[in-house]
Design a protein around this ligand. Structure first.
Ligand code: HEC
Length: 175
């Protein structure tokens, strides 16, 4: 009987202590709230693993070709919808670098030499544009752009490591 009561007391205390700790951490601790604060422990891993699983299961093939017309249309859409955060060739976006998480600059070379997301299949980029990425500044464009427009931007970004035609270049650097 005694161990029964002790067990109940331990259980109740246990159940109360966890939320109490959580509450005091959030109230009196210094959890990250500012853009410049460092991340929660394991924050990146917790978000990335399910994102990649989901993307892999929903990936689609591009129904259009990366020809001049589609790349040019993609560049015009990119300039209007994306450059504010993701930058243009040889000009990173100021705002994008001061967000949390910071915005990948899609025309810049990474340390491994890859430009932006040109190493990702267009279908993966399409998924990100269509669905957005929760708890980051990355918007979902499925109610803003048509599927063709989203593919045009995706194909453009997949070609970011190749020389751009003068008209695509001009569309990207238009004021
Ligand atoms: C308000 C800012 C903002 C705008 C506008 C925006 N994005 Fe993003 N985007 C982000 C952020 C923030 C991330 C990083 C998300 C993360 O950390 O996982 C991101 C991530 C991405 C990625 C993945 C990059 C990588 O390295 O894996 C792609 C591709 C992308 N965006 C494409 C676009 C395209 C195309 C547009 C326009 C149609 C666009 N974004 C508009 C903020 C933005």
């Amino acid at each position: 009987m005694k161990t029964g009561i002790a067990g109940v007391i331990c259980f109740v205390v246990g159940v109360l202590i966890v939320p109490l700790f959580a509450w005091s951490y959030l109230s009196y601790g210094r959890p990250p709230v500012a853009v410049t604060d460092s991340a929660f422990p394991f924050e990146k891993q917790i978000v990335r693993v399910p994102l990649h699983r989901r993307m892999e299961s929903e990936i689609e093939q591009a129904p259009i070709q990366p020809d001049e017309n589609n790349l040019l249309a993609g560049a015009q859409i990119y300039k209007r919808e994306c450059s504010f955060c993701h930058g243009i060739p040889s000009q990173p976006a100021e705002v994008g670098q001061n967000m949390y998480p910071s915005v990948p600059q899609l025309w810049q070379k990474h340390k491994n030499g890859v430009v932006g997301v040109s190493d990702d299949p267009a279908g993966e980029t399409y998924w990100r544009i269509k669905n957005g990425i929760r708890l980051t500044g990355m918007p979902s464009y499925q109610k803003i752009l048509s599927p063709t427009q989203m593919w045009q931007v995706s194909l453009l970004l997949a070609s970011a490591d190749k020389p751009l035609s003068p008209s695509v270049q001009a569309a990207l650097s238009q004021p």
